[in-house]
Write a new protein. Sequence first.
Length: 389
Amino acid sequence: MKEIILIKDGELSLKGLNRCNFEDKMISNIKRRLKSLGEIKITKAQSTIYIEPLSEDFDFEEALNRIKLVFGVAAFSRACVCNKDMDDILLKAPMYLAHTLNKIKTFKVEAKRSDKSFPFKSPEICREVGAEILKNFSHLSVDVHNPDEIITVEVRDYSAYIRAGQIHGAGGLPIGTSGRAEVLISGGIDSPVAAWTMAKRGLILNAIHFASPPYTSPRAEQKVKTLLSKVAKYSGTIKLAIVPFTEIQEEIGKCCPEDYFTLIMRRMMMRISQRVAQSDGCSALITGESLGQVASQTLPAIASTDGVCSMPVLRPLIGMDKEEIIKISKQIDAFETSILPYEDCCTVFTPKHPHTRPKAGQCEAAEAKLDIEKLIENAISGIEYSYID
Ligand code: ATP
Ligand code: MG
């Protein structure tokens, strides 16, 4: 029996004239993900993408696992291909579905007939297929309200397809349809979730991490790479810039009032991130800030860090509680890595009484003794790049 994978796009159907571009991007993302599994043929029609394996030993389970991580996919399923002929449908349905039907007690058949020239109407298809299943599996009964499984028969332009249930996709928009942004990534819980959340809206990601050796260790950098590799499963390869931040932190320690350390450090991070973002073709920054979570995430503190950026700063977690963030962190398999103990440059130089309500101009005065331009140049010249996938 010939089998294929059917993929439904969700929000893409809302995109009007742009829809074709969105679908094409999603198709090329799917192609890239499935490439190593062997040759496939991909076609699209009526908000559905059809993936037809061209080799005998195609690993369907692995393909489904990979498709689950592709943004833009609303739902997907394996399906059996039939001729547009009721006899063929009735012959194949019990055989193809046997594995599923043996495990359940109740079912319901749904039919979709986009080819209106097919001689059976949808309710007739449901009746016929339902009766054939009942004939072959005596332990089953029909439950139209709360079935264990919904069997779907779709009659389309060239073939009919039979499937049992469907799997929820990752949703969102295909990577590459919203441009490129630079995520400030630490080893904590929040920033990987912020990265994933924005990738889900179609952004290609670059990442930047500030390290302060010897105060921070190579282990902390490795942790950041591991976290990014979890995000890259969804977003595709991420270019990572590791910025040496020690000199800047030591200079801040020497030249600035202690209660401004954190704010000035964050302003320096934003300045450098914006430069790197611009040279990497990014048009926004992403951070994992959540309003009020820590001293540097009050509104005045955010205004003070935004003050040094001309690029938009996306903060997808701004209105989320820690619990909501942790839920996503677990869902993308980042949580266990995020909670490993590590030193972050932010934690190493934390002042005892950080300023939470800086007024306009106060940060500028507090950082007046720094040679900002020289510090930025030194840091940027020491960046190490790597690619995470
Ligand atoms: P996270 O869990 O992401 O570490 P956090 O709650 O610890 O966040 P902060 O330490 O105030 O919050 O950092 C706020 C944001 O600043 C982070 O989400 C991240 O985007 C960025 N950031 C913090 N430290 C670093 C770093 N060492 N390198 C790059 N970005 C950082
Ligand atoms: Mg942190």
